[in-house]
Design a protein around this ligand. Structure first.
Ligand code: NAD
Length: 482
């Protein structure tokens, strides 16, 4: 048995007392990479105690000094860039190119958080009444925690803790038990950057650790990214104990291809959106809505483009489609494809028998394309989270927008068109928070807010951007007369 990972509490790597473990498996090769301890309430309690202790001094460290730890971390991440990217590929399965992109986006969050002395400033106004001045300052709120998913092992944790610690809070990360290794490497780098003990802690585990975090009275705020049912649970439970919560959930993203679109550009972008990261992205295109004359040419070109993908181990040269994260995920996606067929959609390209000769133990699913998908079908309204595209004919832009609105999710949506009028109509009317115009993946940018609406997001303030600074600080208003 490979050794169990350790928790990071109060600046020390400590053995978990967990009696059960989750096996971390390379989804391409089947190699066992480690054992994630499924820690429980006692370890969460120790981490909260360490973080609370560190908070008393960390909050007094000047913001400009706090940001210097992040400058140092950024330099270390650049130095270890390839190690981080290959770690993501090994535990998650995405291609090395995709992993590098995600690590780069993670670095951008660290860079953005380095600007905290400016980002955290308050406001002041003299003479709100004669001789009386008013100001507000931002203060950290205490111990904050994040619970993160398997699909972006480096990037998603970095949406949260750099901002939280830069604003003077202390932190507990509970990474996905499926991909704990990259998170551990990043915590190692943070320690190497000299972060004082207790400022950043990491507790490995699954739902017991999550529930302990949600219930703990010593935690002020919870950030969550994962599936919608768990997002809703996290939102409800954490709010019930008085915490701030931002819970980013699942998605079912629609892409509209107008007849006037540049079809080659659209197909290239959309292929990447659907099949990139094996479809395991909350921004992945899922349902393609093609009005009128766009429908047939788009469907044929998409099919050809899907067939041209090269499936394999993400560390190998030229691979454009990696495996899904686990044998269990493969079973789940395969069952969704079965259901699409049973419910009457036309299966134009079937990836269920997907296999790569050199990696017989890999959890591969080939690119899959359905035609004639209706919103009533499971594949038409549930999140698939695999390399599966659904193509649907619609009447016109209004019909397409109505289909987008019929979804219970509202994370991201895109339109491909050369008409400014159609693009404007779409962005103005569509009730989804993240929109792409001739862009297949409306990617998270560190300096803008990120998060959906409806069943894709539970909370108020979104991830990173200025929202993050607001989420992790309280606005204290002081009125003075001298
Ligand atoms: P998941 O919900 O299974 O797990 C996410 C986290 O919650 C993990 O840390 C896990 O340990 C914990 N967890 C799982 N089940 C739990 C339970 N019953 N009670 C308490 N905690 C529990 O999600 P996943 O499979 O790791 O990630 C994929 C999902 O994340 C997809 O739905 C995807 O759309 C979503 N996602 C959303 C965004 C976004 O920005 N909205 C970004 C990335 C991923």
């Amino acid at each position: 048995m490979t050794t169990a990972l350790r928790n990071f509490i109060g600046g020390e790597w400590v053995e978990s007392s967990a009696t059960s473990h989750h096996e971390v498996v390379n989804p391409a090769t089947g190699e066992v990479l480690g054992q994630t301890p499924l820690s429980g309430a006692a370890e969460v309690d120790q981490a909260v105690a360490a973080a609370r202790d560190a908070f008393t001094t960390w909050r007094r460290v000047p913001p400009v000094v706090r940001s210097r730890y992040l400058f140092k971390l950024r330099a270390l991440m650049e130095e270890r860039f390839e190690d981080l990217a290959s770690s993501v590929t090994r535990e998650n399965g995405k291609t090395l190119h995709e992993s590098r992109g995600s690590v780069q986006r993670g670095i951008e969050n660290v860079e953005h958080a380095c600007g905290i002395p400016t980002l955290m400033m308050g406001q002041a106004l003299e003479d709100i009444a004669t001789g009386i001045d008013c100001e507000f300052v931002r203060q950290p709120i205490g111990v904050c925690a994040a619970i993160t998913p398997f699909n972006f092992p480096a990037m998603v944790p970095l949406w949260f803790w750099p901002y939280a610690i830069a604003t003077g809070n202390t932190f507990i990360l509970k990474p996905s038990e499926q991909v704990p290794l990259t998170a551990a490497l990043l915590v190692e780098l943070a320690a190497e950057a000299g972060l004082p003990p207790g400022v950043l802690n990491m507790v490995h585990g699954g739902k017991d650790a999550v529930n302990a975090l949600l219930a703990h009275p010593g935690i002020a705020a919870i950030s969550f990214v994962g599936s919608s049912p768990v997002a809703k649970h996290v939102y409800t439970e954490a709010a019930a104990t008085g915490k701030r919560v931002q819970a980013l959930g699942g998605a079912k993203n629609h892409i509209v291809i107008m007849p006037d679109a540049d079809m080659d550009q659209a197909v290239a972008n959309i292929t990447e959106s659907i099949f990139g990261c094996a479809g395991q992205r909350c921004l992945a295109g899922s349902v393609m809505l093609a009005p009128g004359k766009a429908y047939e040419p788009f469907r044929e070109k998409l099919l050809a483009s899907a067939k041209s993908l090269k499936m394999g181990y993400g560390l190998d040269e030229g691979v454009t489609l990696g495996p899904v994260v686990s044998a269990r995920a493969k079973e789940r996606v395969t069952a969704m494809i079965d259901s699409g067929k049973l419910e009457g959609a036309a299966l134009l390209l079937d990836g269920r028998a997907g296999a790569v000769a050199d990696y017989p133990k890999g959890s591969f699913i080939g690119p899959t394309v359905f035609d004639g998908v209706e919103p009533s079908m499971r594949i038409g309204h549930e999140e698939i989270f695999g390399p599966v595209a659904s193509v649907t004919h619609v009447e016109d832009l209004d019909d397409a927008i109505a289909k987008v609105h019929a979804s219970g999710f509202a994370n991201a949506t895109s339109i491909f068109t050369t008409s400014g009028r159609s693009a404007r109509e779409f962005r103005y009317n569509v009730g989804v928070s993240m929109i792409g115009v001739n862009i297949g993946v409306a990617a998270p940018m560190a300096f803008f807010p990120f998060g959906g609406t409806k069943g894709s997001f539970y909370g108020d303030l979104k991830a990173h951007g200025h929202d993050s600074v607001q989420f992790y600080t309280d606005k204290k208003v002081v009125i003075s007369r001298w």
